[in-house]
Ligand binder design. Structure first.
Ligand SMILES: Cc1cc2nc3c(=O)[nH]c(=O)nc-3n(C[C@H](O)[C@H](O)[C@H](O)COP(=O)(O)OP(=O)(O)OC[C@H]3O[C@@H](n4cnc5c(N)ncnc54)[C@H](O)[C@@H]3O)c2cc1C
Length: 461
């Protein structure tokens, strides 16, 4: 019996809820939803539903709960830890609930500087909506035109402006979600003072589809920052990179006068070589450096916020087109590694004082690991966040993953800086969360999803 021939009554109920046009069954129809962006993760589903309203999502969850069938909420499917697609094997194939039809953009509340948006709106759509009203949204990342706001909340996405505005959780002031039993929780007033019990919005941030389906989010907006300068600067080591960043200052609140750091990114030489080859870009600096740092500084657009002395090997961009050209060296990294085959993508963070030593040890360590053909590190320097990309080992060979994560844990770091735990790191959660913490998380999961139907296999094994 094929997957879609099971549960005929549930499939009939789903068709009645969303309409035949929005129920996808069969390998061809579901193909775009069952393999992830990395091509490393994916597996069978029972069906894909594309509901058009909160009420339809509630009915879908009630029907799946009654049938005992798991559900998997999906946004733009740009997640990098296997949480957005079904497991390759084991367990019942889930019903994938695509949020891509919930794209409503509410009117910007000028008084509070907030807006409520549908979970399926892309990050880019929310950013442009804010700009049209004279505001800006504080989260930005390279997958902005595919990743949804619901997905960024479900993963507590970070991105390139965390040092200035914080992670996604810091932007969320209200949420609407459907729980596993179909009940709808709506708390979208956005009031800054509201001490009435548990903060369910914060709880759903980073829950990776394991506690409920996020259907709408109210986010805070920021005032425009003024003109920026972007620079690529060559340095000899991670220690020098950190020292340079520190001279550029630290982020502060959006009302602070003077120049301040909006982004500090790092790209090592192997990653630079790769992006230059794949994107047909020239090496941007005069000399070949082991590490290139990208700084974006809010300084009126005159370069005065950059910590460059006369000996620095740097390129500086003042206008928007030039700045995009420099950002491409960093933003096209994921795409560049994607062309090399199946990549073991390890998104980790360490306390800033430990970053240089940890990065150096990782490079030495990975050089000794079996089957590694090539590897590199790029990431969000200011947040202590390194993306370690390793090519060579088979997709299901987890030895390199474990070696990197254990090394990071020894430095007091996190095995997931911003991408989430997903399926990729569920077995490794104990490396940076205590048994008591994991038991508390499991208790919350059990209370909200007693049948364990919400994205099973993600976050916990
Ligand atoms: C080129 C590229 C660059 C990236 N850069 C960054 C970066 O800088 N920083 C960063 O943090 N991430 C980055 N990512 C990862 C990814 O874009 C983020 O994790 C993003 O938040 C995922 O959003 P999505 O809509 O694609 O979610 P999906 O991939 O569809 O889902 C991700 C997880 O969230 C859950 N989920 C999705 N929508 C909902 C919902 N409405 N309700 C409940 N659960 C839901 C899913 O079940 C899954 O567990 C990048 C990815 C790519 C491809």
């Amino acid at each position: 019996m094929s997957t879609s021939e099971k549960h005929p009554e549930l499939l009939k109920a789903l068709e009645e809820i969303v309409g035949a046009a929005y129920l996808y069954i069969g390998d061809d129809r579901v193909a775009p939803f069952v393999t992830d962006w990395t091509r490393r993760f994916g597996g069978p589903c029972l069906a894909v539903v594309r509901p058009g309203s909160v009420d339809e999502i509630s009915q879908v969850l009630r029907a799946c709960a009654a049938a005992g069938v798991p559900v998997l909420p999906q946004g733009g499917n740009t997640g990098l830890v296997g949480g957005s697609v079904p497991a390759a094997s084991g367990g019942q194939p889930p019903v994938i609930i695509s949020l891509l039809r919930l794209t409503e953009l509410g009117e910007v509340d000028e008084l509070s500087g907030q807006v409520t948006v549908g979970a399926g709106a892309t990050l880019g759509e929310v950013q442009r909506h804010a700009v049209r009203s004279g505001w800006r949204y504080g989260v930005d990342l390279a997958a902005r035109d595919s990743a949804t706001i619901g997905g960024t909340v479900a993963t507590n996405a970070g991105g390139i402006h965390v040092i200035a505005h914080g992670m996604t959780r810091a932007q969320v002031v209200g949420i609407e979600a459907v729980l596993a039993d179909g009940s709808v929780i709506t708390h979208l007033s956005g009031m800054l003072k509201d001490n009435t019990g548990y903060d369910l919005a914060a709880l759903l941030c980073g829950s990776e589809g394991t506690l409920g389906v996020i259907t709408a989010v109210r986010v805070r907006l920021h005032r425009p920052l003024g003109r920026t300068t972007v620079s690529l600067i060559g340095v000899g080591s991670y220690s020098e990179a950190l020292e340079l960043m520190s001279r550029a200052g630290v982020a502060s609140d959006s009302n602070a006068p003077g120049s301040r750091l909006l982004a500090a990114e790092v790209i090592d030489a192997p990653s630079m070589d790769l992006v230059c080859a794949v994107a047909d870009l020239p090496w941007p600096l005069e000399q070949r450096w082991p590490i290139v740092v990208l700084l974006e500084v809010v300084d009126g657009g005159d370069g005065s916020g950059l910590p460059l002395d006369e000996s620095a090997d740097a390129v500086v961009a003042f206008d928007a087109a030039d700045q995009l050209r420099l950002w491409a060296y960093r933003e096209r990294q994921a795409e560049a590694y994607g062309t090399t085959g199946v990549v073991h993508k390890l998104d980790v963070s360490v306390p800033l004082p430990e970053l240089a030593a940890c990065a150096d040890e990782l490079v030495a360590l990975i050089n000794t690991l079996p089957d590694v053909e090539t590897f590199g590190i790029f990431g969000h320097l200011a947040d202590g966040n390194m993306h370690v990309e390793i090519v060579g080992p088979a997709a299901d060979d987890l030895r390199v993953d474990l070696a990197v994560l254990e090394c990071v844990a020894r430095y007091g770091g996190s095995i997931s800086a911003e991408h989430g735990v997903g399926r990729a790191k569920a077995a490794d959660l104990h490396l940076c969360r205590s048994a008591a913490e994991i038991a508390a998380m499991r208790a919350i999961k059990g209370a909200l999803d007693p049948q364990r139907l919400m994205n099973p296999g993600v976050l916990f094994v």
